[in-house]
Design a protein around this ligand. Structure first.
Ligand SMILES: C[S@@+](CC[C@H](N)C(=O)[O-])C[C@H]1O[C@@H](n2cnc3c(N)ncnc32)[C@H](O)[C@@H]1O
Length: 219
């Protein structure tokens, strides 16, 4: 169930989007059953199309969980591409390995347990797409790290702009100058202002899933 869209819009997306592969459908069900905060199929399809638009070969994820968002990216990456999955939790990455080994793609997959920010330091860029979906208080720092290692025309996508650990009304109020109601709202509003005001990026906010920010490097 969407936390943002009304029933009409949600029904439209379910009817209009392509059917998920059996593996993705299984992963979606697994995430929902476990109550795991996956991006969901609407954002997954959006990530895949974004990767195609960017002609992406190399992807880095800050926060991969059990590999759900990575599974969507994989469908758009070439055999000579690569994707770096990061997570604090080794069990999540073991699950990711199990699922993604069945995806039937030759793209190189790196599974990196530990802090995503430290892992990023160890991997040379440039990356074509960087997904930010880990600790909300680290979003701005992750973006600043990402900008240094982003290919020209590269894209940073950040999740949870409107929902999940935040409520859309709270983020809106904070953006209008009210005191943030909590640290998550503060972190997300700060991220939005940060990317919106960056002269080297063009950013759009897309109310799919829990709301994503898409920032394209313009030079
Ligand atoms: C929202 S989930 C990621 C979901 C994933 N992108 C998807 O849609 O399939 C966030 C994940 O980030 C991990 N995480 C949080 N902070 C982290 C950090 N600093 N370094 C690495 N992983 C982190 C958590 O363990 C959790 O599995």
């Amino acid at each position: 169930m969407s936390l943002i869209l009304d029933d009409t819009a949600e029904a439209f997306l379910t009817a209009a989007n392509p059917e998920q592969s059996p593996l993705l459908a299984e992963m979606t069900e697994y995430g929902n059953e476990q109550g795991f905060p996956i991006v969901g199929p609407d954002v997954g399809q959006f990530l895949r199309v974004t990767a195609r638009l960017a002609g992406a070969k190399r992807v880095f994820e800050f926060g991969s969980g059990f590999g759900y968002s990575a599974a969507w990216f994989l469908g758009a990456l070439p055999a000579d591409g690569d994707i770096v999955l990061t997570d604090y939790d080794e069990g999540n990455l073991a699950d990711a390995r199990g699922f993604l080994s069945r995806a039937g793609h030759d793209t190189r997959i790196h599974y990196e347990a530990g802090d995503a920010m430290e892992t990023f330091e160890r991997h040379d860029g440039p990356f074509d797409i960087i997904l930010i979906d880990h600790n909300k208080s680290m979003y701005v720092d992750a973006f600043e790290d990402a900008r240094e290692d982003l290919a020209p025309g590269g894209v940073v996508v950040a999740d949870n702009m409107m929902a999940g650990p935040v409520e859309p009304e709270h983020v809106t109020a904070a953006l209008r100058g009210e005191d943030p109601v909590d640290e998550h709202t503060d972190a997300i509003a700060s991220y939005i202002e940060h990317v919106r005001d960056d002269p080297e990026f063009e950013t759009a906010f897309v109310p799919l899933g829990e709301g994503v920010a898409v920032s394209v490097k313009t030079d």
